[in-house]
Design a protein around this ligand. Structure first.
Ligand code: 5GP
Ligand code: MN
Length: 339
């Protein structure tokens, strides 16, 4: 993989470009993809964003979401875009398997793949160009650096700014995670100068709940959360019947894993959701407990030091039992908390 700065001189020639990201894109995945989309279009490239799956409704305010292809529903159009592409930007994931059903098509594409990502252990042999940096808060910050370092600060308009802000804000937990550097705040200052309406972004993302989602959260906190104070740990296990009862759709469970971290003493929060075809796990920690290693070791997953995920084909009860066992095995690390 050659360094991303090798393509800066090539940006001047118009190309056919596909931008893709991980399945069930989160705020950073959508924000970085659409921020890059609006930037590359200004340079005269022909750009298509292809998401491996659908995404949460609360991203639909982002300019350009109507043009994003959902590969599960628009497979033929997605394949045509991939076949025609000169470049495929792969944002916010480290292994092609994170694109689910797109993996094979992406792997066989004749286009050059370009990685921009902040996860550990990227598949570097799969990319012609790229940058992987786990010290970056978000892929949106890396797309911002890409625009700046290629000498295109003047292309950051209100649209690009609001997409990138959505990504960096959500991936830093509204600027509270330790990974939020001075550079992140300097980036936001520049985005403000370019017309960013940050209050609008917060409202669009966080003040758009429908009643069923709010009541679902109430039910989860009341009935589905267990606390293990001895281990500084909280676990939420959501059976599929809850998702059906409360009409839960993509995105409605986003952020739920963070709630128990507001309880005094809790340093590890886990959620296991029975999605029918699989049990999806999310892990969040504070301080020195490494959930990336934890997710890799026990739950076929990965992610970052303080935020990771995984999945399992075992039953909800089995995954819960496995989690409790894993928690017990990690008692020493869980009881030692440091800022
Ligand atoms: P979330 O819990 O929000 O789904 O994901 C948290 C972080 O862990 C994200 O950075 C995401 O990319 C990563 N992650 C989530 N699930 C998986 C997984 O199954 N495998 C890997 N390698 N990473 C995951
Ligand atoms: Mn990210």
């Amino acid at each position: 993989m050659q360094h991303i700065n090798e393509i800066y001189p090539l940006l001047k020639e118009p190309r056919k470009v596909v931008i893709t990201t991980h399945q069930k894109p989160d705020g950073d995945a959508m924000g970085s993809s659409l921020g890059l989309y609006h930037f590359l279009k200004q340079l005269g490239h022909q750009v298509t964003v292809v998401s491996p799956t659908n995404w949460a409704d609360f991203f639909d305010w982002m300019p350009g979401t109507k043009e994003v292809l959902d590969y599960e529903r628009q497979t033929a159009e997605g394949n045509a875009a991939i076949e025609a592409a000169d470049w495929i930007f792969c944002l916010d994931f480290n292994t092609l398997s994170r694109t689910r059903r797109m993996e094979e098509k992406l792997g066989n594409a004749t286009a050059q793949r370009i990685l921009i990502d902040h996860h550990q252990e990227p598949q570097v042999d799969k990319f012609a160009y790229g940058i992987s940096d786990t010290t970056k808060s978000s892929t949106s910050e890396m797309v911002y650096d890409f625009i700046e370092e290629s000498g295109n600060d003047d292309k950051i308009n209100e649209t690009v700014a609001e997409c990138l802000y959505a990504g960096v804000m959500t991936d830093t937990g509204s600027f509270r995670f330790p990974i939020t550097t001075g550079a992140v705040h300097r980036m936001v200052a520049n985005l403000k100068d370019k017309g960013l309406r940050h209050s609008r972004v917060h409202e669009e993302l966080f003040d758009n709940y429908l009643e069923n989602r709010f009541r679902f959260i109430g039910n989860v906190l009341q009935h589905r959360m267990q606390l293990f104070y001895e281990y500084n740990t909280a676990l939420i296990a959501v059976p599929q019947q809850d998702l059906i009862k409360f009409n839960i759709i993509t995105g409605d469970t986003e952020g739920l894993v963070n709630y128990p971290l507001s309880i005094k003493g809790i340093k590890l929060a886990a959620i296991i959701i029975d999605r029918g075809e699989e049990r999806k796990c999310s892990f969040r920690s504070k301080g020195g407990f490494d959930v990336n290693t934890f997710a890799r070791k026990y739950f076929n997953g990965g992610g970052h030091f303080n935020a990771a995920g995984g999945q399992s084909k075992e039953s909800l009860d089995e995954v819960v039992a496995k989690f409790i066992q894993a928690m017990k095995e990690n008692k020493d690390q869980l009881s030692n908390y440091q800022f």
